[in-house]
Design a protein around this ligand. Sequence first.
Ligand code: HPA
Ligand code: ZN
Length: 347
Amino acid sequence: MPSHLQVAPEQLPGFLRGLPKAELHIHIEGSLEPELIFALAARNRVSLPYASVDELRAAYAFSDLQSFLDIYYAGASVLLTEQDFFELGWAYLLRAKADNILHTELFFDPQTHTARGVPIAYVIDGLRRAGDLAEAELGIKVELILCFLRHLDEADAFKTLEAATRHIGKFVGVGLDSAERGNPPEKFERVFKVARMMDLRLVAHAGEEGPPAYIWSALDVLGVERIDHGVRALEDPALVQRLLKDQIPLTVCPLSNIKLRVFDTLAKHNLRALLEAGLVVTINSDDPAYFGGYLNQNYVDTFAALGLEARHAVTLADHSFRASFASAAQKSAYTERLQAYCAGWMK
Ligand code: HPA
Ligand code: ZN
């Protein structure tokens, strides 16, 4: 498609920022900025173990996934009302608009909130209200994906799925997140089987910190359609062949991988290798308030570090639409927007 795309190196950041794209791996609780944490803590009279926004931000130095999750769950403790979840969602969606995101699929973690006595209805309805408003006012299509916390047990996941059944139609699928090592996908085989019977779409985090074996079992035991992260797939050539054969998308999160020490530096990230292997890779922000940037920052920084070019960006954006849970008609409309954008850069 973009055979005559002409983007000079100094124009590349602008090209990336303007590119129409989808975001498929964003934990909405991970978009909770320190300023909003403090505002909600004051409004809801929740006490925080940090004296100021600066002190909280200074605590964002992580050594691995678990060290991040501890702070991430503490931050989410200020979310109590339906309005809180609406404001959380809306703040992210304004950022998404600024990043030229046309379609986004938001992960949310109900168990983080129901464990504190917050009704699941507040979580889902607040986020859905933000999503519906974004569709009407910002022209962004918003889907929700309910994630099970894998450090909790199967019974808790089942209880969560059951509580969510009253909200069918408000979320498009289920996922699996939280502490990966020691919590393999097969722990949730029966939960995912029921979710599949409910016609929900299935995704799971796998191969972020966990081994390629977890990607295999996410595919073969859970039957997921997309792998979140999946960067460790390259350790297993047979797995790469499988991902290619079934065109399984990977939702890669470069800045997250650096902050959580999956790779030492962005220059050492394997995103280029994943692309060159022909995989359906996408770029995403994961937990942007904690990892130093929203989606466009992930694109711009990764392209600079890996020396990627405009044609790679078009491939990544195209993948993001293809890998989404949009309808076929929506996907063609997105692809047309992408083509029209590229046409403006052809010479
Ligand atoms: N990995 C696993 N669980 C998560 C993450 C992540 O990067 N972010 C929020 N929950
Ligand atoms: Zn994630």
